[in-house]
Ligand binder design. Structure first.
Ligand code: M6R
Length: 580
């Protein structure tokens, strides 16, 4: 769950590394650090907290090679000592690591017995000490000897004092190289390299690469191998805020275009073969991706009558019941450990596997037999917004292709309808809710997972406890918590669930609960009984799903902004959850 970056070339490395780490902070931001080899020893700067304010002064180090790290703490508190890079006892080898070394305690005990002194509580530090023991003039040979002893997952970058060479190793944690002119880059993903080069190599599990300013050599099992260079034309603008105060707001506003691109990307011809006629599906995802799976379940079962089972990634490993024909893993990042493990389990049981992801060459694309790309562009804010929209678009398009009653027209109007949301009542709703300790989000049918997603967004970025409930479940316990201090946000739109939602809202009002309703414009029956009405234009149920989603994203955003929260980087979170 950490981000790593490396540079070797002809420019001063420190600013390139620090700028790269800022772009990788979505992977964790408990501490940061960079190391630049000097003629003897290293220049090292590392500290607890975010890199935001750190600007290396030119006299610090003019070295043209270095590696850096931004951390999401797993082993040991966020602290200066636990921040990467870590060095060996002689201070001549430095490493940064993303992943988890599962057998580190045992390896550490052995190293301590042999006289190594540790300065951090991390699992990662053992790598520097093991490299020290194995080193006899070649960092690559040392790495080659050390790797077989490590179990778990890792992307490692290592440097030796006095050298302009970086040695990189990958196993189950992503690692890419960027090939420039007289300069080479390495990183957990390509975002730190965008603007410097458009030529990338995505290393495979087991690869060790030796990188110098002019060349790179990749080894697998000790033998030189060649890996394809991919040309990806991404512009630096795609990772800039473009005038918005936060990436989250920018990404919400990108939602309509992203939805249109997602549905365009999938046709009857490009739909992965196993999905075309499967008689049942299992969908696995975590967080927002799980919620997208639940929306798929409601809509697919209704439109095509094909059963869909949806599992949280981290719980799937405990499932004993037989799996369905096709397993769909949904993951924006393509690196979520639990979703990857679920697909692996599916493969072991000989099921067809399909990934829905936003990241080319991510681990999930290697794990699954087929992939549907979301084409949402880089999502920087930790909160999933446009990626959730894209996932929902892809999943709706799958139903559309599988259904006899085509939904092309319904889908075609969604992008436009997503843009017509009224901000004024939203501001009133924010004022009503921002000082609450708890908020309930309720709905029925497909609106229940939509509300689950709304509640997740709210708690994640505003830190208000927000809980989603199927409206029918309220009377089975949670009603005890309702009252004047606890607002409820309820979706009540025309259709099968309308009348029963009206009754539920009246029951809440009888307990003096403030109710904010999302309802169809001009619905006076509803607006007369609620405290605040957020109107949406009359539309098809699928269109309402997206309209309500966007409203709830904006509701969470503006509540968090009113509370002055750190919206793009909420406390304790990371965008990519690569540990179980
Ligand atoms: O990259 P993934 O889609 O696999 O990520 C899954 C969750 O970690 C993610 O959706 C998370 O819940 C979001 N931060 C919520 O906004």
């Amino acid at each position: 769950m950490c981000g790593i970056v490396g540079y070797t070339g002809f420019k001063s490395a420190a600013p390139i590394l620090t700028d790269g780490l800022r772009k990788l902070e979505y992977r964790g931001y408990d501490s940061y650090g960079i190391v630049i080899p000097e003629r003897t020893g290293f220049f090292i700067h590392k500290a607890c907290g975010r890199i935001s304010g750190y600007i290396p002064s030119p006299e610090v180090s003019s070295g043209t090679c270095g590696i850096g790290h931004t951390r999401w703490a797993t082993h040991g508190d966020p602290s200066d000592e636990n921040a990467h890079p870590h060095t060996d006892c002689t201070n001549s080898i430095a490493i940064v690591h993303n992943g988890i070394i599962e057998n580190y305690s045992e390896l550490k005990r052995g190293l301590e017995k042999r006289g190594h002194v540790f300065r951090s509580e991390t699992d990662s530090e053992i790598i520097a000490h093991m490299l020290e023991e194995a080193y006899n003039g070649s960092l690559f040979s040392a790495m080659k000897q050390v790797i077989p002893y490590l179990t778990g997952s890792f992307a490692i970058l290592a440097v030796h004092a006095g050298d302009g060479e970086i040695v990189a190793a990958r196993f189950k944690s992503p690692l890419a190289l960027g090939i420039g002119d007289g300069e080479l880059f390495a990183g957990s993903d390509i975002t730190p390299m965008i603007g410097f080069t458009n030529r990338f190599i995505f290393l495979d599990d087991g690869d060790i690469a030796v990188i110098t300013p002019e060349t790179y050599v990749i080894y697998a099992d000790g033998i030189k191998v060649s890996r394809d260079i991919q040309q990806l034309d991404l512009s630096p603008d795609q990772v800039r805020k473009g005038g918005f105060p936060h990436f989250m707001l920018k990404e919400i506003y990108e939602g309509p275009d992203v939805f249109a691109d997602a549905i365009r990307s999938l046709t009857s011809e490009t739909l992965p073969e196993p999905i075309k006629d499967a008689g049942s599906f299992t969908v696995v995802g975590c967080g927002s991706s799980y919620h997208a799976g639940l929306i798929f379940k409601y809509l697919m079962e209704e439109a095509v009558a094909v059963p869909v089972r949806v599992e949280i990634g981290s719980e799937f490993k405990y499932a004993r019941t037989p799996l369905s024909e096709v397993i769909i893993g949904i993951s924006q990042s393509g690196e979520t450990a639990d979703t990857l493990a679920a697909l692996e389990k599916g493969r072991c049981h000989n099921h067809s596997t399909v990934a829905i992801t936003n990241v080319l060459n991510s681990s999930i694309t290697r794990m699954a037999e087929n992939t549907c790309f979301m084409h949402a562009g880089p999502e920087i804010s930790v909160a999933a917004t446009k990626s959730f929209i894209a996932q929902t678009g892809i999943l709706m398009q799958i139903i559309n292709i599988r259904s006899n009653e085509r939904y092309d027209e319904v889908l075609g109007r969604i992008s436009h309808l997503m843009q017509i949301v009224s901000l004024e009542p939203l501001t009133e709703a924010v004022n009503l809710c921002k000082d609450s300790l708890h908020i309930f989000f309720v709905g029925r049918g497909v609106m229940y997972p939509v509300m689950m997603e709304g509640a997740l967004k709210m708690k994640e970025i505003s830190y208000i406890h927000a809980e989603a409930y199927a409206a029918g479940e309220l009377k089975h316990g949670p009603f005890a918590l309702l009252g004047p201090e606890t607002p409820v946000i309820a979706v009540c739109l025309p259709g099968r669930t309308y009348h029963v939602m009206i009754s539920n809202i009246k029951e809440m009002k009888a307990r003096k609960t403030p109710v904010i309703a999302i309802g169809e414009e001009n619905d006076t029956e509803l607006s007369d009984i609620v405290d605040i009405m957020i109107p949406v234009p009359g539309a098809h149920l699928w269109q309402h799903v997206l309209q309500v989603t966007v409203l709830l994203q904006l509701f969470a955003y503006h509540t968090a902004a009113a509370l002055g929260r750190d919206i793009d980087k909420p406390r304790n979170l990371a965008k990519s959850v690569t540990v179980e």
